[in-house]
Ligand binder design. Structure first.
Ligand SMILES: Cc1ncc(COP(=O)(O)O)c(C=O)c1O
Length: 365
């Protein structure tokens, strides 16, 4: 494990994110910063279309297959398990509408889930499924409360890997073991974790994430990963020319090819830095933020041993505090019961320490 954050060891990586020269940007959970090479990679697609139109398509399909295999290998699944979607909400809807629900099925989810996880079950309910909304007593009990609610009647447990307004991060393998013992599918919204913490999906049934947050790759593109077991329980709800000949295929139309160019380049960047170094840096910045916030007496809502890159500190008026910090050149979000600070590998320990000090000052005022 590196003891010095990777961007502090190398000006080159830090220099790829020019906004960091003018701003303490600690809001990756809202949107990750794009890096210099990303836009250039996306522009190459538009140059292709300008110069060759649809005649360039063999290269696009080759890229599609390559990136699909690359994503699959990284996440520990097979290429055929990977479907590209427009965004997390698109993938969640495609999955929820494709599962063959039966009368009496139960869908378990936390009562404070992100709207895109909570609002996608109307068709399931019309088919006779029932929603079980679990009250989460405390953040450290989030995972155990969900596990207790999953029983033999449960068809799906739907959960955010990292909760967007508390930062609590669940253990996917532990959830999968319990779901599978009960005959249920584990369905995960991974957008607040993918790229921040090591994620293997070989035990997960359905996993969805966009690439614009911790994956730094802009809007309009995401991934839906389904296990063979999940696909057996699904009939693809969206149909089109791309799954005309194969009604079991979830991919139903063109994918966002320009975004694919960008993602391919970003995967190159992450691999050059090293995934372990990226995850270690997120961890190290989190440790530095927590230590500094303890010194300043801030009240951390996120459990210390169940977190990824999101840290939420209690604040009576989070939006007012956010605005004051923004005027002081620090970008964070107001979420849930406080302020959400979300450093990625491009940040430094000095930045998170400054943020903790200024949060304490602002909240004491
Ligand atoms: C947990 C969670 N899910 C989904 C989304 C929305 O993602 P998308 O716009 O890709 O649907 C967000 C944030 O934007 C989020 O925090």
């Amino acid at each position: 494990m590196p003891t010095v954050p990777v961007v502090e060891r190398s000006d080159r990586f830090r220099g790829l994110f020019p906004y960091l020269d003018e701003r303490v940007y600690l809001d990756t959970a809202a949107a990750g910063l794009c890096w210099k090479g990303h836009g250039e990679a996306v522009a190459r697609f538009y140059d292709d279309v300008k110069n060759r139109g649809y005649d360039a398509r063999p290269e696009w399909w080759a890229l599609l297959n390559r990136v699909r295999s690359r994503v699959a290998k990284w996440l520990g699944v097979k290429a055929e398990d990977v479907t590209f979607v427009m965004n997390t909400t698109d993938g969640l809807n495609l999955a929820s509408h494709s599962i063959d629900f039966r009368k009496g099925d139960r869908i378990v989810l936390a009562d404070d889930e992100f709207p895109s996880v909570a609002l996608i079950w109307a068709a399931a309910e019309r088919a006779g499924a029932e929603l079980v909304r679990v009250k989460i007593p405390t953040e450290v009990e989030r995972q155990s409360a969900l596990l207790e609610a999953v029983d033999g009647r449960t068809r799906v447990l739907a959960v955010s890997q990292t909760h967007s307004s508390t930062g609590t991060t669940v253990d996917l393998d532990a959830l999968a073991r319990h779901c599978h013992a009960q005959g249920a599918l584990l369905m995960v919204d991974g957008i607040q974790a993918l790229g921040a913490v090591s994620t293997r999906l070989d035990q997960v049934d359905i996993y969805i994430s966009s690439f614009f947050k911790w994956m730094l790759s802009g809007f309009g593109f995401g991934v839906l990963v389904t296990s063979p077991r999940a696909r057996q329980a699904m009939t693809p709800a969206w149909r089109g020319y791309a799954n005309m000949d194969d009604p079991t295929q979830l991919q139903y139309a063109h994918v966002n090819i320009p975004a694919l160019y960008g993602l391919d380049a970003t995967l190159d960047l992450f691999e050059e830095i090293g995934w372990d170094a990226v995850y270690a840096q997120v961890r190290l910045l989190g440790d530095a933020l927590v230590a500094a916030s303890d010194r300043h007496g801030l009240d951390l809502i996120t459990p210390r041993n169940r977190r990824a890159g999101i840290f939420v500190f209690r604040a009576p008026d989070g939006e007012a505090a956010r605005l004051t910090l923004a005027k002081r050149n620090i970008s964070v979000s107001a979420r849930g019961e406080g302020l959400r600070v979300s450093p990625h590998f491009y940040n430094t320990t000095q930045e998170v320490e400054r943020c903790a000090a200024e949060m304490a000052e602002v909240l004491a005022a």
